[in-house]
Design a protein around this ligand. Structure first.
Ligand code: HGY
Ligand code: MN
Ligand code: MN
Ligand code: MN
Length: 394
């Protein structure tokens, strides 16, 4: 089982966590995954968005039971978010063939191309493309490279690898995603496994406050249209509004871009992002309605919605099956709701879907200090292996 730890080291070079979709680290990891799968009896397929599917044989040649997660991570991210579900899924499948031989139904490992929306302002593009729910529009990264240019360049290199199929892939029977919790609940409860009941509703926006560039020394305060002054007053009001909202609501301004961003020039524009989430669609809608009214009242402000995902209920049957397995294995577990978004949110509209969490030390994630103990990583893989084994022989 140290295969998982070796693979994590190999796939993260122990330093860089900049696996932004279609960049060099992303490409080398997807390539390494394809070669790893082919060396272990899998048929590899790469679709036109760079999702990698490794199909392992079953005694019957019917729809597979699937596991997987996303290969990309946020900028300045951690070692485990997404990648643990891909490599842990691979190790769990290997465990089944080693210990039990060929299962009745085939098994599929999916490495989704992109989930985070960290390089381009588009999220879940891999699982949305897989499920046929992706609305494409022309978008570019901060260097002006378009999503489609980056996609074609990277995916062509994967699709040219020997023995790689290049087609769309049909949906599996079920989907199970292994993931770090990325929050504090398991660390606080000292439970080893989290079985996920549902995933938050999420909306993201891009807000631009327009001002007028001018001289920092000669422009009287009363005559300024200072975009930073307007934006910072607006942000303070938004945080105050969020503080009064539903208890589980989260409100984050994660990015701020100022133009021209020069110390002796009054700011011409200030663009910032909003990420807000709540356990139910109603709670989120109630907050967002007030938030948009606030933004409308503010002068010279434009707002674009960049993400909208509904709250998602995951499969109770699969979760209860995993609870029974965890009990048999003597693994302490708790059910919990996910404040992080996941590809399972997209998959669950099409096939029965469940998630298995392992603890994040001190609940930290989306930073290089993201950490999960090896023993916890391996327990997650063992439970996943048993879960997939039961499903693939059902
Ligand atoms: O932002 C999230 O919730 C996830 O990590 N994409
Ligand atoms: Mn590297
Ligand atoms: Mn993430
Ligand atoms: Mn993730």
């Amino acid at each position: 089982m140290s295969q998982l730890l070796d693979l994590l080291n190999q796939f993260t070079h122990q330093h860089n966590q900049n696996r932004l979709v279609y960049n060099q680290d992303w490409l080398s990891n997807q390539r390494a995954l394809i070669l790893l799968g082919q060396r272990n009896g899998a048929t590899a397929t790469v679709d036109d968005y760079g999702n990698v599917y490794l199909d392992f044989p079953g005694q019957m040649n019917d729809r597979p039971v699937a596991t997987g997660s996303h290969m990309d991570t946020v900028k300045h991210g951690g070692r485990y978010d997404g990648l643990y579900g891909v490599l842990g899924g691979f190790c769990a499948i290997q465990q089944i063939y080693e210990q039990h031989g060929i299962p009745k139904h085939p098994l599929r490992l999916i490495s989704f191309s992109e989930e985070e929306g960290s390089r381009f302002p588009a999220t879940f593009t891999g699982s949305k493309y897989y499920t046929g729910t992706l609305q494409t529009e022309v978008i570019s990264d901060k260097q002006g490279i378009t999503f489609d240019e980056a996609r074609r360049l990277a995916v062509t290199q994967l699709q040219q690898l020997p023995h790689v199929k290049t087609q769309r892939v049909s949906l599996p029977v079920t989907f199970t995603e292994l993931h770090i919790e990325q929050g504090p609940r398991l660390a606080e409860s000292h439970k080893k496994i989290g079985l996920v009941t549902g995933i938050v509703a999420q909306k993201r926006y891009e807000v631009t406050v327009h001002g007028q560039a001018n001289h920092a020394g000669t422009t009287p305060m009363i005559q300024r249209q200072d975009a930073i002054a307007t934006a910072s007053a607006l942000m303070a009001k938004l945080y105050a509004l969020a503080a009064k909202a539903a208890e589980d609501l989260t409100f984050t301004i994660g990015e701020i871009h100022v133009s021209p961003n020069v110390s002796n020039v009054v700011a011409e524009s200030c663009r910032f992002t909003i990420d807000c989430r709540a356990n139910t669609d109603d709670q989120l809608t109630a907050f967002v309605t007030q938030m948009l009214q606030l933004l409308e009242q503010s002068k010279r402000t434009s707002v674009i919605e960049t993400l909208c995902v509904s709250a998602t209920r995951l499969s109770d049957d699969l979760r209860m099956q995993n609870a029974a397995l965890a009990t048999q294995m003597n693994y302490s577990y708790q059910t919990l709701f996910s404040g992080a978004g996941h590809d399972s949110q997209i998959m669950s509209s099409f096939v029965p879907t469940t998630m298995i969490f392992v603890p994040s030390e001190a609940g930290i994630s989306h930073t290089p200090t993201e950490y999960t103990k090896s023993a916890d990583l391996l327990m997650g893989v063992s439970l996943l292996a048993n879960s997939l084994f039961v499903q693939a022989n059902g």
